[in-house]
Design a protein around this ligand. Structure first.
Ligand code: NAP
Length: 257
């Protein structure tokens, strides 16, 4: 029996990268996983197959958080999928992972780019929590994926970091709001993590970024997924309103290594 046998989970942005690793890990622990994605159906189906291949259960649900009504669309799909698989629409675990980065010099940032970043990275997670709560039994789990960039400067990601600072407020305020129901709400903040992006295939870039962590390597999606799985399990019951650094010590500063 896995630590999440009989539980249900929604992982947003689970078609690729960190979200896929979270879906795979929660699935291995026995949770039925709703694999949310924006538009990459093939990648989402890959995640579903991977969960099923390791003995778990999963289904995919699309919704582009940059469009109006996306969170409602998502939850319609999640409820339908949960009912099909379990006969009920109970959601034990919500992982707000979907996110987009900017990579735009502060001078070049436009209001449209900023609005899109806030819509996907902050507005959608807030309303996902709101929609999830009526479906969530006492003892549920909410985990918001932020970034180490709310604690260190990278000027071309100022809008991204602002959106992640906003998502961290969900953990702070909802943790207190939901304590009486035994629902924990926490933030996990990764540093550079290999999500398969082209940039990270460049050996020089990779080596430079590896040098920013305490361990001399960049993070793997599973490094972050394991932290999320801990918070999602009963072992994480006494942690709420927390901010967990899952950056491999990036915030410690560079060593003399
Ligand atoms: P990724 O590989 O770029 O995957 C992004 C996921 O989000 C995909 O599932 C994608 O769906 C979905 N998504 C993209 N745009 C969306 C939209 N408009 N509406 C709804 N969903 C959308 O992501 P990642 O690098 O693993 O990052 C996962 C989370 O960790 C993000 O919140 C990110 O900010 C955070 N993080 C990442 C790093 C890192 O170095 N990778 C570091 C710190 C924090 P499709 O496949 O359909 O496009």
């Amino acid at each position: 029996m896995g630590s999440l046998t009989g539980k249900t989970a929604l992982v947003t942005g689970a078609s690729r990268g960190i979200g896929r690793a979270i879906a795979e890990r929660l699935g291995r622990e026995g949770a039925l996983v709703a694999v949310h994605y924006a538009s990459n159906t093939e990648a989402a189906e890959h995640t579903v197959k991977s969960v099923v291949a390791s003995g778990g259960r999963a289904f995919a649900v699309p919704a582009d958080f940059g469009t109006a009504g996306a969170v409602d669309t998502l939850f319609d799909g999640v409820r339908t999928g949960l009912r099909e698989h379990t006969g009920a629409a109970e959601l034990d675990i919500l992982v707000n992972n979907a996110g987009i980065m900017g990579g735009v010099a502060p001078e070049e940032l436009t209001p449209d780019t900023f609005d899109r970043m806030m819509a996907v990275n902050a507005r959608a997670p807030l309303f996902a929590v709101q929609r999830a709560l009526p479906m969530m039994p006492d003892g549920g789990r909410i985990i918001n994926i932020s970034s180490a960039l709310t604690r260190m400067a990278l000027p071309q990601e100022v809008a991204y970091a602002m959106s992640k600072a906003a998502v961290e407020m969900i953990s702070l305020h909802f943790a207190q709001h939901l304590g009486s129901r035994g629902i924990t709400v926490n933030t996990v903040a990764p540093g550079v993590t290999d999500n398969g992006s082209e940039m990270l295939r460049n050996p020089e870039v990779r080596a430079a970024l590896a040098g920013t962590t305490a361990f001399g390597r960049i993070g793997e999606p599973a490094d972050v997924a394991d932290v999320v799985a801990f918070l999602a399990s009963s072992d994480g019951r006494w942690i709420t309103g927390g901010w967990l650094d899952a950056s491999g010590g990036t915030l410690l500063g560079t060593s003399a290594r």
